[in-house]
Write a protein that binds this ligand. Structure first.
Ligand SMILES: Cc1cc2nc3c(=O)[nH]c(=O)nc-3n(C[C@H](O)[C@H](O)[C@H](O)COP(=O)(O)OP(=O)(O)OC[C@H]3O[C@@H](n4cnc5c(N)ncnc54)[C@H](O)[C@@H]3O)c2cc1C
Length: 273
């Protein structure tokens, strides 16, 4: 068994190689980043769509002028200098809605919209993505934020006895655990025991059954994308001392990045200290 600390890393929206950026995010579900090759992105993204796993497409945002013109048969009305933004899933579903039968795939959408994308920096049109390594209890709190787009390591597809996971289960060091030999050793003992049970269950059972014994402290890994207005709401709730220490630590790390980039995150996030 391995014990690691929680981490939060900012992953800026891409300015080039958009499909590859999205592929890397989608592959976290399967922890199959080792399968990335030149040209694998297009195949991978189309595979996600054919499997109905289109939520991954939500991480990539485009903003385009809302004027007269067309982008591959989608026409925009002339309406001053207004812009319209959406993620790749929204755009894909817009093509498919209203019974239209437009044959377009994800790589084509990415190619068309990345060429017309306008860099914005406001609460509505800008989105930011973070890579978060945390425990399964905290990931459950993160996924409660319904306006966020999240792609997360799956315990159905990831089999921790395999070499690529080091043949061991990884656990996250809990933040806020009472200092002292007893707490630490009890917690470690339980992690070791559950790892043993998990490996025992894997003999003859699918990972989706074996995972049932893994505890809340089990490490997971996810990408989380929100428009800025939704990050603000997230921070309002999760920077509060009422929030659990583990998710509060994530919120603090996200706030540091967003504060640096956008004035809106400087002082108006609720902190009851
Ligand atoms: C300190 C703390 C303790 C908590 N304890 C618990 C607990 O004990 N049990 C528990 O189950 N959860 C708990 N939660 C989770 C909480 O109930 C919310 O699920 C979570 O914080 C997401 O908040 P949200 O719904 O405002 O945000 P989001 O889901 O991100 O939604 C953002 C906004 O979109 C709008 N919205 C989204 N979906 C809908 C909808 N279907 N209908 C109407 N408006 C919508 C709302 O305006 C909402 O504020 C806790 C959260 C905190 C911060």
């Amino acid at each position: 068994m391995k014990i690691v600390s929680q981490t939060v890393t900012h992953i800026p929206q891409p300015t080039e190689n958009h499909a590859e950026w999205l592929e890397k995010i989608g592959r976290v579900c399967y922890k199959s980043e080792d399968k990335i090759t030149a040209g694998s992105a297009e195949k991978f993204l189309n595979m996600l769509v054919s499997n109905g796993h289109t939520s991954v497409l939500e991480h990539l945002y485009f903003t385009v002028m809302y004027g007269y013109g067309s982008l591959h048969s989608v026409y925009f009305r002339h309406d001053g200098d207004k812009v319209i933004s959406g993620n790749v899933r929204t755009i894909y579903e817009a093509y498919k809605s209203n019974g239209r039968k437009i044959d377009i795939d994800i790589p084509t959408i990415i190619q068309l919209y990345s060429g017309s994308h306008i860099q914005m920096s406001d609460m509505i049109h800008s989105a930011e993505t973070f890579h978060i390594v945390t425990d399964r209890a905290t990931s459950h709190e993160l996924v409660r934020h319904r306006t966020a787009s999240i792609s997360m390591e799956s315990q159905r597809y990831c089999v921790y006895s395999k070499d690529k996971f080091g043949g061991e289960v990884t656990f996250i060091q809990p933040i806020g655990m009472i200092e002292g030999e007893f707490s630490q050793s009890e917690w470690k003992k339980i992690c070791e025991n559950t790892e043993r049970s998990y490996f025992a269950l894997l003999r003859g059972n699918k990972p989706e059954i074996a995972r049932s014994v893994l505890p809340n402290s089990t490490k997971t890994e996810l990408y989380m994308t929100c428009r800025l207005k939704d990050w603000k709401h997230f921070l309002d709730l999760r920077l509060s001392p009422k929030a659990a220490p583990q998710i509060r630590n994530i919120a603090e790390k996200i706030q540091i990045v967003l504060k640096e980039k956008y004035p809106e995150f400087s002082d108006n996030v609720y902190r009851n200290e």
